[in-house]
Design a protein around this ligand. Structure first.
Ligand SMILES: [Zn+2]
Length: 584
């Protein structure tokens, strides 16, 4: 950064007007005013990704009708690369820039506008002046027709809900904005004012939600010892079927199914999502891998530590809901058994380490293809299992003095609060070792940077549990394909699992399964279920318009389904670890 530019940055005043004259056609219209300029050219940029979602999304693709003017006259604003406009500001101190954003991508990390509401995922809405990320900005929102509310963690200016202030662009880009007629209710917990903003309706019980979210907040504050916010906003998008969430500094955006609140499973799922995204306000938003802040909004930001940032958050979503005592411990076991079974039935566990999975999130996790299960794992999934293993290791080896919470709190205090920077891989490892009271070189070599199968019984054994494979005694055959049935009743192969009969004998993705031993295929699994490993069959497929007979030798179904059970006669030490781990 040159001194001239930072001087200009200090003097510049930035404001935006956001309006929705064509909300029904999914447009947000942006007018940006910059005054106090002292430079010859000004580069305006749009981020290419949104923090928390590790994919280059090219938000500039949604921008149209970009123009600039000064003193009432149009000035040149050519694009100089995919996400940068260069404005000639020689001799002028104030410019106005106008552009439109087409917003029709339904997700928690992209913007969406229609006649019923606007969800502004700010990285895809606001261009920023290059080298001026530290500048504050004012955002005026002009709502469409009868919209009457703005929900965001950005603070109001002069108590006007439609005028908000952002201290800098990192905060603006971490503060999504919901505009519309959302149902807003609030509660206070740990000294923080919490708003719940529901778009889309739903069968939720406000009083129950407030009480249960209060419990989750208190449990999470107890892990880190403080709540760094003053004001926090849950923006919830209720749709017929919806899910997912994205964390922000002082807010989160959640997807929910509008009829999910009244059944136990759906409600527990929603609370787990709340616990997950809210836990992120510490883990990743403040306690963060060193490269995840300050962000580079132009490029990928690579880290091998998403197994902590995301995986541990997934581990904690379960353990925090467990600590609220809202559901029985069996529900918690179901969630972690599902983590075990996901990993153990994925051939990619023998190919990709959890550190690699994190690093390559940009090109693999967020860009899956038909072979992904054979070659990749999820850092959420294996990271959650590693969280459990380290929690049990720490509890067991410290004789119940510490648990994973202590390492998390220590890291938060040390790196976020004291050193005011992110952590390195080695620094987090040192913290685990500090509380586990032992070196973890071997653990890292095996499970973080290696492909050693997880020794579930060792870690669960600390708490007097073990795993039992419900399918162990079975000797059924499997073909090893996933299929979809088209509207025309064609059975099409969508994935071929590594190591299975289909993989070895050459069934391909996109093959239409037409017959097995001459029997027309409507349900391949039903035909295979009558056969045994070693049986030889002929699978007729249509590939590129041609029929091919493939001789296939069926193999044993290697699928596992683990359940957690207590060992016989657990020792006192095991029971003590169990109690500490599960908050029994
Ligand atoms: Zn997450």
């Amino acid at each position: 950064m040159s001194t001239t530019i930072s001087k200009a940055a200090n003097n510049a005043q930035i404001s935006y007007n956001v309006s929705f004259p064509e909300a029904q056609a999914h447009y947000a219209d942006i007018e940006m005013h910059i005054t106090g300029l002292q430079q010859n050219t000004l580069e305006l940029k749009m981020p290419v990704w949104t923090p928390g979602s590790y994919l280059i999304r090219e938000f500039a693709k949604n921008i149209e009708s970009f123009s600039a003017e000064a003193n009432g006259k149009a000035i040149a604003s050519p694009k100089i690369n995919k996400n940068t406009w260069q404005i000639v500001t020689k001799g002028v101190s104030a410019v106005t820039v106008k552009y439109r954003v087409y917003a029709f991508e339904l997700s928690v990390r992209t913007s969406f506008v229609d006649a019923s509401h606007a969800f502004l995922s700010t990285t895809g809405i606001f261009v920023y002046p290059a080298n001026m990320l530290h500048s504050p900005a004012i955002i005026h929102i002009a709502p469409y027709k009868n919209w009457d509310k703005v929900s965001t963690s950005l603070e109001m200016v002069n108590n006007d809900p439609f005028t908000r202030h952002s201290p800098n662009f990192d905060i603006l880009f971490d503060s999504p904005i919901e505009v519309g007629n959302q149902d807003v209710f609030s509660f206070d917990a740990s000294g923080v004012h919490y708003e719940i903003c529901m778009y889309g309706g739903g069968n939720y019980d406000k009083e129950k939600l407030k009480a249960d979210l209060h419990k989750i907040v208190e449990q999470e504050v107890a892990v880190f010892g403080e709540n760094p916010n003053k004001h926090y906003v849950f923006i919830v998008h209720n749709r017929q079927r919806n899910g997912g969430g994205l964390e922000h500094l002082s807010s989160t955006v959640l997807g929910a199914s509008r009829d999910s609140y009244a059944n136990d499973k759906g409600y527990q799922g929603f609370l787990s999502l709340v616990a997950h995204e809210h836990f992120h306000l510490w883990n990743v938003k403040r306690l963060r891998p060193i490269v995840l802040g300050p962000f580079d909004y132009d490029n990928e930001n690579y880290t091998t530590n998403l197994w902590i940032a995301e995986g541990f958050t997934e581990y904690y979503q379960g353990i925090i809901v467990r600590r609220t005592q809202l559901f029985p411990v069996e529900n918690y076991f179901e969630a972690i058994e599902s983590e075990f079974n996901t990993l153990e039935n994925l051939p990619g566990r023998e190919v990709q380490t959890v550190a690699e999975s994190s690093f390559d999130a940009w090109i693999k996790a967020y860009r899956p293809n038909e072979n992904s299960n054979n070659t990749t794992i999820s850092y959420y999934n294996k990271g959650a299992i590693i969280g459990m293993m380290l929690d049990l290791e720490i509890i067991n080896n410290s004789k119940g003095k510490y648990k994973l919470d202590d390492a998390m709190k220590y890291m938060y205090n040390q790196y976020y609060k004291t050193l005011k920077r992110g952590y390195t891989d080695a620094e987090f490892k040192a913290a685990f070792e500090k509380f586990a009271g032992k070196k973890l070189d071997d653990f890292y070599a095996k499970y973080i940077n290696g492909l050693t199968p997880v020794d579930y019984n060792k870690y669960l054994g600390y708490a007097g549990y073990k795993i039992v494979d419900e399918l162990a005694g079975k000797n059924d055959a499997a073909l090893g394909v996933a299929t979809t049935t088209t509207a025309g009743k064609k059975v099409i192969v969508t994935a071929v699992q590594r190591g299975t009969a289909a993989y070895i004998d050459g069934i391909n993705v996109n093959d239409e399964l037409t017959a097995i031993d001459g029997t027309p295929v409507t349900d391949a699994a039903a035909i295979i279920s009558g056969k045994k490993p070693g049986d030889k069959i002929t699978v007729t497929v249509t590939r590129d318009g041609q029929a091919i007979d493939l001789p296939v030798t069926l193999l044993k179904n290697t699928r596992v389904k683990y359940n957690i059970v207590s060992v016989d006669n657990p020792t006192e030490q095991q029971l003590a670890v169990r109690k500490k781990w599960l908050s029994l």
